[in-house]
Write a protein that binds this ligand. Structure first.
Ligand SMILES: Nc1nc2c(c(=O)[nH]1)N[C@H]1C(S)=C(S)[C@@H](COP(=O)(O)O)O[C@H]1N2
Ligand SMILES: [Mo]
Length: 549
């Protein structure tokens, strides 16, 4: 059917383009075929890298490695924008972006290569160089394996591109005159092109799907589920009621954040494009740097030592007022001071710097580890081995300071350094060197912009000032007086506290705002500040519509 149309276009275009060189309908089709050859060449190459990653354990997903480099090199504003816009899907969005850009670039290569054969090899080399550079700066990617993968992918990609180009060029032009033999040859040629394109498309879809599937073999999930914590209920140090099972006011108020956040609902923030898979059998935790006796612990040694249990609420410095980048868990681990004392910190070791296997770092003053606050190397979260996205096999948890200066996941080493001369990952990206958590509160119930029935309704939420504790929470409706809310049990001064107030809601539109006071008497500041550089301030305020009951 396309033939008549094509011929139609050909005449039209010839009129528009007096020179008649670029405008013929046939060459437009040819141009599209060349572009498709490039698109599929690039897609097959990318698919090959994913397949290689699935077959060989040390081969990184190159899209992932490039994604990680993009995150690393982006201005932190952009990274935070990505997190805000796409939430935990930020990495997926980035991955899709990388694939789309590569494939579009492939299309341009296809067209240019039809004229100058060396353009495609050059283009693939350039793309390979980007992948290789990304792998070289990624501590979890082997550069040698990345090079091999790029070489193999370039071969499959270029083969696809040239094969499709040659099929495309060999389709005879049907021409304007009615020539039965020529038209039949043209049909056959077109069919051959469509079949080749279909085969390449299938390869481009199946290879990465298979690769992803195979890559799951390398997940350390089974190693994780084999771990038995010393503090699990049947274990030696089990308490009568495990804290993780404690329930708070959420039993009375639906929609209120549970006192202890289930692992599956716990927020996740990190720069890792691909969740690091750390096999505990070959892993050790190093304590080193400005210490007298550097040492290493195997995972088994750590598990044996990990009898300490404490609830701590983690908070991300990027959390906006009213945001959900906060969660409370009961952590199992080894007190940090035990490890530091064994190593013997020198006076020059003024910073505790957590180093992740993925290159991330976070540091805080050594003094904080000794000021009595909760600080530990955690291997358990809510009675389970640390979930892989939350840092398996081990992470740091320090109460009272934001995650970006403390909570290093997939921990490789605890390094004692000079505080002033070594900076953690986020510091040169415009965030404060010190990150004490600010006293904050949030309304969970009712939901913002909810429509509710008049009468007595619960207003409830959480308030936090880790390492200080919450003393008072007050609620204000419209311009009314501040009313004191009832507080839920305090699990510890390191956790958030639930609060609840019964409100006699009258019909109309109302504003509800909340403020907390911590145990030092400090009232949460009203002044609105953005998260950058050291945490948001301001009152969380919601609006509700109350209707006649
Ligand atoms: N390795 C590594 N650890 C990390 C991060 C990271 O990007 N990489 N992000 C930190 C930040 S900013 C926060 S808020 C916490 C979040 O921990 P979670 O994902 O378990 O909630 O992890 C911290 N530990
Ligand atoms: Mo964070």
């Amino acid at each position: 059917m396309g033939e008549n149309n094509e011929n139609q276009k050909s005449t039209n275009n010839a009129e528009v383009d007096p020179a008649g060189t670029e405008g013929s309908g046939e060459s437009r089709t040819l141009r599209m075929r060349r572009r498709l050859a490039g698109v599929l060449g690039a897609a097959v190459a990318l698919g090959t890298t994913e397949l290689m990653a699935g077959i060989f354990e040390p081969v990184p997903s190159l899209v992932g490695t490039v994604g990680e480099a993009v995150i690393d090199l982006s201005p932190s504003r952009l990274v935070k924008f990505g997190i805000r816009t796409f939430g935990t899907n930020d990495k997926l969005a980035l991955g899709i972006g990388i694939v789309i850009i590569s494939v579009l670039a492939g299309g341009a290569l296809g067209r240019a290569t039809a004229r100058r054969w060396w353009v495609a090899p050059l283009g693939f080399t350039a793309f390979g160089a980007v992948g290789l550079a990304a792998a070289a700066r990624d501590p979890l990617a082997s550069t040698g394996w990345a090079l091999l993968t790029i070489a193999v992918a370039s071969v499959t990609g270029l083969f696809t591109l040239f094969k499709m180009l040659s099929v495309a060029e060999s389709v005879p032009e049907a021409g304007a005159t009615i020539d039965i033999a020529r038209s039949a040859a043209s049909d056959a040629g077109r069919r051959r092109f469509v079949l080749t394109a279909a085969a390449a498309s299938a390869a481009a879809i199946i290879a990465p799907a298979l690769g992803r599937r195979l890559k799951q073999r390398f997940s350390v999930e089974s190693a994780r589920s084999d771990v038995v914590l010393a503090t699990t209920p049947q274990g030696a140090t089990a308490t009568a009621t495990p804290v993780a099972a404690t329930s708070g006011l959420e039993a009375e108020v639906t929609g209120l954040s549970p006192l202890v956040t289930p692992n599956s609902d716990f927020y996740r923030i990190d720069t890792a494009f691909l969740t690091p898979q750390v096999d505990p059998s070959g892993w050790t935790l190093k304590i080193r740097g400005e210490v007298d006796n550097p040492f290493e612990l195997t995972f088994d040694e750590l598990v044996e030592m990990a009898t300490h249990e404490a609830p701590v609420t983690l908070t991300c410095v990027s959390n906006e007022v009213g945001g959900d980048l906060i969660g409370n868990a009961v952590w199992t681990g080894v007190p940090l001071v035990d490890l530091l004392d064994r190593a013997g910190v020198r006076p020059t070791g003024t910073q505790v710097l957590g180093r992740s296997v993925d290159g991330f770092t976070a540091g805080f003053p050594t003094d904080l580890a000794y000021d009595g606050r909760e600080a530990m190397v955690a291997i358990g979260m809510n009675g389970e081995p640390l979930p892989i996205p939350h840092g398996f096999p081990a992470r740091l948890v320090v109460a009272g300071i934001y995650g970006y200066v403390s909570a290093t996941k997939w921990l490789d080493a605890i390094e004692l350094t000079d505080f002033d001369s070594v900076d953690g990952y986020w510091i040169p990206r415009g965030w404060s060197k010190l990150g004490p958590i600010k006293t904050q509160s949030r309304v969970d119930v009712p939901r913002d912009r909810a429509t509710i029935a008049a009468g007595t309704v619960p207003v409830a939420g959480v308030a936090w000032a880790q390492s200080r504790g919450i003393d008072r929470v007050e609620v204000q409706i419209d311009d009314g007086p501040w009313m004191e809310a009832d507080l839920g049990d305090e699990l510890s001064i390191n956790t958030w506290r639930q609060w609840l107030l019964s409100w006699d809601a009258t019909p109309g539109r109302h504003e509800i705002r909340v403020r907390a006071t911590d145990s030092t008497g400090m009232v949460q500041p009203m002044e609105h500040q953005p998260p950058r550089p050291d945490g948001a301030t301001g009152y969380h305020q919601i609006t509700v519509q109350v209707e006649e009951a």
